[in-house]
Design a protein around this ligand. Structure first.
Ligand SMILES: Nc1ncnc2c1ncn2[C@@H]1O[C@H](COP(=O)(O)OP(=O)(O)O)[C@@H](O)[C@H]1O
Ligand SMILES: C[C@H](O)[C@H](O)[C@@H](O)C(=O)COP(=O)(O)O
Ligand SMILES: [Mg+2]
Length: 490
C-alpha cells in the first residue's frame, strides 16, 4: 500500500477521520469514519465527552487497518480554546468544559476591570471572546488549579493519550489569548492573572513536530495500524486555512462550519489600533504566518434550527427551502451573544425580530434564509472592515468547510461583498491537516506546493457578484449594525 496519512478533524458539530494519499500530484481523500460531536450538561457544566471522542478515533483507526493500511501517519485538529486539566497521576481531572458554557459570562469583564483590554491586545493580538482560555482559567478554582500538573489543549490532550507525549502546539496555544506575540511564550503577567505557572502548560512546539508512535497498550485493546502521530496545525481553523486553495492575489478565507471565521493570512501580525477596535485576531498559523480573522456566529445557528425541527430535514433540504424565500426580510445581528448558546434558537431569532420590529420568520425555510442572508450581510460588512484595516482591497474570497456547499449563501456573499467567491473544498480542514503531515514527511516541499496540489485536486465553484442586485441593503444593514452596537471593543 502507498504511504497513507490520516487526518483526525474534530469540529464542534462533527468529527471525521479522513484518509489521504498522494497519487501523481493529486490528493485522494477518503472519509473512513464520521461521528457526531457536541457537548452535554454534566456536573453543572456543558462538557465534551472526551472518552467518547477517543473511542471514535480508535474505531476509525480500526476501520483504516481493516481497509489494508497497517502503517500510517496521523494528525489531530480540533476546535480551539478548550482544555483538559491533567492531575499529578497523569490522568484527566474531569471532562473538559465547553467554551459555550455559561461560566465565563462575566469573566472577561471582571478580568479586564484592572487589566486593560488594550494592554492584553498589544501583548497577544487576540480578539476578545469571553470564552477564550484566559477567561476560562480565570473561573477555575485556584486550589484545584494548583493541584493540576498540566493544562492540555484538546488536540494536544488527544495526542498525549495516544502517545504518552505532551506538547502545546502554537496555533491552538494562540487562541488562549495568553501567548505573547513578541516573546513567542505564554505571557508571565497573564499567567499570573489566572494563577497558572509557565510549566503547567507542556512545552510549546510548532506545527509539523513528530509526537511519537501510538502506545503499545492501545494495540492490546484495539486492532490498530502502526501509527506515528505528527503535531499538525492543531487548531482546526489553522488547518482549514492551510487547506484553502488561495485563489486570488490578495485572497481572503471564510472557514464556514459551525463557526464562520473570516480573514486573511499575514506574514506579520496586525495588532494596531484599528485591528483592536475592530476586535480582529492574530491567531498563529503554521510556518510563521498569522491568521488575521474574526469569529462570526456561523452555521451553528442552522445546526440548532435543524435539531429544533427534530432533524426532519437535511442541511441541503433546509438550503433548498431557503431558496424559495426572499432574502433580507429582516435584519439580525448574528454576532449578538444571545445566539451563542440559547435554550431554543428558533425562539431566540423570533424574539429578536419582535424586539427589533423586524419581520418574524416562521417556517423552516424562512428561518434558514434569515440566518443565511444575515450571515452574508455580516460577511460583506466585515470584508469592508478588513479592507479598511489592512489598507488594501481583498480581491477574492475562498469559502471552505461545510458551508461552502451552500450555493445560495455563496452567491449572496459574492453579490453583497462585490467579490468573487471560490467555494470549496468542503473538507479543507482535514486537507490542511494532511498538508502539514506530508510536508513533515517530505512528500510535499512547502505549503505553496501543497496549495497547488489542492487546486489540482479540488476544482472550486466560482460565484461572481450579480450586479445591481439588492440595492442599498448592505448600507442599510451597516446602519442597523451601528445602532445595534457592533462587535467592537469598548
Ligand atoms: N450539503 C449541504 N447543504 C447545506 N449545508 C451544508 C451542507 N453540508 C454541510 N452544510 C453546512 O455545513 C455545516 C458543517 O460544516 P463543517 O465544516 O462540517 O462543520 P464543523 O467542522 O464545525 O463540524 C453544517 O452545519 C451545515 O450547515
Ligand atoms: C472557539 C473557536 O473560535 C472555534 O473553535 C473556531 O475557531 C473553530 O474551531 C471553528 O471550527 P468548526 O469546524 O467547529 O467551525
Ligand atoms: Mg470544522
Amino acid at each position: 500500500m502507498s504511504k497513507a496519512y490520516v487526518a483526525v478533524d474534530i469540529g464542534a458539530s462533527s468529527g471525521r477521520l479522513m484518509l489521504g494519499t498522494l497519487d501523481g500530484g493529486k490528493l485522494q481523500l477518503k472519509e473512513m469514519h464520521r461521528f457526531k460531536n457536541g457537548f452535554t450538561k454534566e456536573n453543572g457544566h456543558d462538557r465534551w465527552n472526551i472518552e467518547s471522542i477517543m473511542n471514535e478515533i480508535f474505531v476509525g483507526l480500526e476501520k483504516i487497518k481493516k481497509a489494508g493500511y497497517d502503517d500510517v501517519q496521523l494528525g489531530i485538529d480540533t476546535w480551539a480554546v478548550d482544555y483538559v486539566l491533567v492531575g499529578m497521576d497523569g490522568k484527566k481531572v474531569e471532562d473538559p468544559i465547553s467554551y459555550r458554557d455559561a461560566r465565563t459570562k462575566d469573566a472577561m469583564e471582571e478580568l479586564t476591570s484592572d487589566l486593560p483590554k488594550s494592554y492584553i491586545y498589544k501583548k497577544t493580538g487576540i480578539q476578545f471572546l469571553n470564552f477564550n482560555t484566559l477567561y476560562q482559567l480565570y473561573t477555575e478554582n485556584r486550589e484545584e488549579l494548583a493541584k493540576t500538573d498540566k493544562i492540555m489543549m484538546i488536540p494536544d490532550y488527544i495526542g498525549y493519550v495516544l502517545t504518552g507525549n505532551a506538547v502545546t502546539e502554537v496555533t491552538n496555544a494562540s487562541t488562549t489569548q495568553m501567548l505573547n506575540l513578541r516573546e513567542g511564550l505564554f505571557d508571565n503577567n497573564l499567567l499570573d492573572k489566572v494563577h497558572v505557572q509557565q510549566d503547567q502548560f507542556p512545552r510549546l512546539v510548532e506545527s509539523g513536530t513528530i509526537l511519537g508512535k501510538i502506545r503499545h497498550k492501545w494495540h492490546t485493546i484495539y486492532d490498530l495500524p502502526e501509527t506515528e502521530v505528527i503535531t499538525v496545525a492543531t487548531h482546526d481553523t489553522a488547518s482549514a486555512v492551510l487547506g484553502t486553495p488561495g485563489e486570488g492575489d490578495h485572497w481572503a478565507f471564510l472557514s464556514s462550519g459551525t463557526w464562520s471565521l473570516l480573514g486573511t493570512e499575514l506574514n506579520v501580525p496586525e495588532n494596531g489600533e484599528l485591528a483592536f477596535q475592530g476586535n480582529y485576531t492574530n491567531e498563529w498559523g503554521a510556518y510563521g504566518t498569522y491568521r488575521f480573522l474574526k469569529n462570526i456566529m456561523g452555521l451553528w445557528m442552522v445546526q440548532n434550527l435543524k435539531h429544533e425541527f427534530d432533524d426532519k430535514y437535511s442541511f441541503s433540504e433546509l438550503a433548498s427551502m431557503a431558496e424559495k424565500v426572499s432574502p433580507f426580510e429582516q435584519f439580525i445581528n448574528v454576532n449578538d451573544d444571545r445566539f451563542a448558546n440559547p435554550e431554543n434558537m428558533t425562539k431566540e431569532i423570533q424574539d429578536y425580530c419582535k424586539e427589533h420590529n423586524e419581520k418574524v420568520p416562521e417556517t423552516p425555510g424562512e428561518l434558514t434564509m434569515a440566518v443565511y442572508s444575515n450571515l452574508a450581510l455580516y460577511y460583506a460588512n466585515e470584508i469592508q472592515e478588513l479592507n479598511r484595516i489592512l489598507g488594501y482591497e481583498l480581491d477574492a474570497l475562498n469559502i471552505v468547510g461545510g458551508g461552502s456547499n451552500v450555493a445560495l449563501l455563496n452567491q449572496l456573499t459574492s453579490t453583497l461583498s462585490n467579490i468573487t467567491v471560490y467555494a470549496g473544498p468542503g473538507e479543507a480542514t482535514a486537507i490542511g491537516n494532511l498538508m502539514v503531515q506530508m510536508i513533515t514527511k517530505n512528500d510535499i516541499n512547502n505549503i505553496a506546493e501543497g496549495r497547488k496540489v489542492i487546486r489540482d485536486s479540488y476544482p472550486v465553484k466560482t460565484f461572481k457578484p450579480e450586479t445591481n442586485k439588492y440595492g442599498n441593503t448592505l448600507h442599510e444593514y451597516q446602519d442597523f449594525l451601528n445602532t445595534e452596537g457592533r462587535d467592537t471593543v469598548q
